[in-house]
Design a protein around this ligand. Structure first.
Ligand SMILES: [Zn+2]
Length: 113
C-alpha cells in the first residue's frame, strides 16, 4: 500500500517584478535654472524640473516638480544619501520605493547632478 503524503508549504507572496525604468538628464542645472530629467516607466515618460536645495549633512535634498497637466503640478522632495534615500511622493509612502528617488540616486551616483 502506498501512502501519499501531502505537505502544505507556506507560499511566498507573489512579487511583481519591478517596472522597467530609465532616467536621463535632459538639461543640467544652470544658474537659477533647474535641471530637467526624463523618467520613463514602462514606456510612459514624464519630465521633471529638479533643483537641489539645502540638504542635510548625510543627504542631498532635491525639489522635484512634474507638470502633470496645464493645471496640475506635483512637487516632491527627495533625499539622497550614500546608503539611504526617500521621497515625499505617494509611491514612497506606500512602497518605500519610487521612481524619483531611484532615478535621482542613479544621477547622483554617476555624477550627473
Ligand atoms: Zn517619489
Amino acid at each position: 500500500m502506498t501512502q501519499t503524503a501531502t505537505r502544505t508549504q507556506a507560499r511566498k507572496p507573489a512579487s511583481k517584478p519591478a517596472p522597467a525604468r530609465k532616467i536621463r538628464l535632459i538639461l543640467a542645472a544652470a544658474g537659477d535654472m533647474p535641471a530637467v530629467a526624463r523618467i520613463e516607466t514602462e514606456g510612459k515618460a514624464a519630465l521633471y524640473a529638479v533643483r537641489e536645495v539645502a540638504g542635510q549633512p548625510q543627504a542631498r535634498m532635491f525639489c522635484v516638480r512634474e507638470v502633470v497637466t496645464s493645471d496640475e503640478v506635483e512637487t516632491y522632495t527627495c533625499y539622497i544619501g550614500e546608503k539611504t534615500q526617500s521621497c515625499t511622493c505617494q509611491g514612497w509612502n506606500r512602497h518605500r520605493k519610487c521612481k524619483h528617488a531611484d532615478g535621482l540616486a542613479v544621477l547622483v551616483k554617476i555624477g550627473k547632478i
